[in-house]
Design a protein around this ligand. Structure first.
Ligand SMILES: [Zn+2]
Ligand SMILES: [Zn+2]
Length: 334
C-alpha cells in the first residue's frame, strides 16, 4: 500500500495532492487549489482554479474580489468529484458558513483534511460531520489541555447580565468579521435578545452576505447611522476597533471580546478587555481528542496551532502522529 506522504506532500505552498495536482489552502498562488473556508489564512487571492463550497466561493468573492481566482468551481457537501485518480468530497466542518473538510480517496486510502472545525452548535452553519478515514489532518489552534471552551449560551448570558446591570453604558464586543460576528448575533437572538444590534461599518459586508444567503438576524443598525452614546445597547466591532478613537463615541463602554483566546487571562488583560467571552469557532482540547479518536484514523497530521502537545498526546493514544509546519498559520484568529 502506498504511504500517505507519497501522494499527500508538503510543498512550500502547503499541503499538495500529487495525483490530483492541487493544493489544499495554499499559502501562495498556485494553479489549482481546494479551499476549506473563507478565512484569510486559508483563502488567498491569485489562484488559477479554486474548488470550494458555493458559500465559500461567495465569501471569497466579497472579501477578495470577483476576480480573485481565474476560475471558481463550486462543489456541494457530499457530492463526489472524480479528478484523475482522486475522488474529492467536501463535508461540513462546523467552523463558519461554507466551511468544509476535504475528503480525498486514492487507491483505497481515505484522507480527510479538516481545515478549521468545531463540534459545538452554530446557528450560522451546518454542523461538523464525522468522516471515518485512514489519515486525518487536523488543526490544533487550541491544542493544549487548558483550552476548554464551555457553553456559548452561558457566555451570552454573562453579556446580557452585564447589559442589564449597566444600562448607562454601551456594551462593545470585539469579534472577527467573518463567522464570529454573525454567530454572536444569532446566539443573542436565540437567547431572546430582541433590541437592535449595532454594528461597526467593517462588519457590514460579511453580515449582508449571510443575510443574502438566508440567515435571519432581526434588526441590525450601523453605529455610524445611530448617533453617539448607545447607552444600554450592544455594539459589535472588529477587535482592532476596541481601543481606537472610534470607540470614544460610545457611552462609557464595557469592553468585551468573544474568542477562545479569552480563556487566557493574560490575553484579555493585554487587550484591556473587561468582559472576556469564551466563544470559539475552533475545537477545544477535548473536542480535538474526541474527534480524532472518532475518525478511527491510525495516522494523524497536525497543522497550525499547538502541535507538539497534541502530537505527544496522540502518540500516547497509539496513533502515528506528526506535526506539519505550515507557513503563514502562526496566530490563528478566533
Ligand atoms: Zn478559520
Ligand atoms: Zn485557520
Amino acid at each position: 500500500m502506498i504511504a500517505f506522504h507519497e501522494w499527500l506532500q508538503l510543498t512550500d505552498a502547503g499541503l499538495y495532492c500529487a495525483p490530483g495536482d492541487f493544493h489544499i489552502d495554499p499559502s501562495r498562488p498556485v494553479a489549482r487549489a481546494v479551499i476549506t473556508h473563507g478565512h484569510s489564512d486559508h483563502a488567498r487571492p491569485g489562484h488559477g482554479a479554486v474548488l470550494a463550497t458555493p458559500e465559500t466561493i461567495s465569501i471569497m468573492k466579497v472579501r477578495l474580489g470577483e476576480d480573485s481566482a481565474d476560475q471558481f468551481q463550486a462543489l456541494d457537501y457530499g457530492v463526489a468529484l472524480q479528478h484523475g485518480d482522486v475522488t474529492i468530497r467536501l463535508h461540513p466542518a462546523g467552523h463558519i458558513l461554507g466551511s468544509a473538510q476535504v475528503e480525498l480517496n486514492f487507491r483505497g486510502q481515505r484522507a480527510v483534511i479538516s481545515g478549521d472545525y468545531k463540534r459545538s452548535s452554530d446557528p450560522t452553519c451546518k454542523g461538523f460531520e464525522l468522516v471515518p478515514c485512514d489519515l486525518f489532518v487536523t488543526e490544533a489552534t487550541f491544542g493544549l489541555p487548558v483550552f476548554r471552551h464551555g457553553r456559548d449560551m452561558e457566555e451570552i448570558g454573562r453579556l446580557l447580565d452585564s447589559q442589564r446591570t449597566f444600562p448607562d453604558r454601551a456594551h462593545l464586543v470585539g469579534c472577527y468579521a467573518l463567522g464570529k460576528c454573525q454567530r454572536l448575533i444569532a446566539l443573542l437572538r436565540q437567547a431572546g435578545y430582541d433590541r437592535p444590534i449595532y454594528l461597526h461599518g467593517a462588519l457590514k459586508s460579511m453580515t449582508d452576505l449571510f443575510l443574502a444567503l438566508g440567515q435571519n438576524f432581526g434588526e441590525l443598525a450601523l453605529v455610524s447611522e445611530a448617533g453617539r452614546g448607545l447607552a444600554g445597547e450592544i455594539v459589535l466591532c472588529p477587535p482592532s476597533a476596541l481601543k481606537d478613537r472610534w470607540s470614544r463615541r460610545l457611552a462609557d463602554p464595557v469592553t468585551a471580546f468573544a474568542s477562545g483566546w479569552m480563556r487566557v487571562r493574560g490575553r484579555a488583560r493585554q487587550r484591556g478587555v473587561e468582559l472576556p467571552l469564551v466563544i470559539s469557532d475552533h475545537a477545544d482540547w477535548p473536542q480535538l481528542i474526541d474527534t480524532i479518536a472518532e475518525t478511527g484514523a491510525e495516522e494523524i497530521w497536525v497543522t497550525h496551532g499547538r502541535e507538539d502537545a497534541l502530537v505527544y498526546q496522540l502518540t500516547r493514544m497509539g496513533k502515528r502522529a506528526r506535526a506539519l509546519a505550515l507557513l503563514g498559520r502562526e496566530d490563528e484568529e478566533d
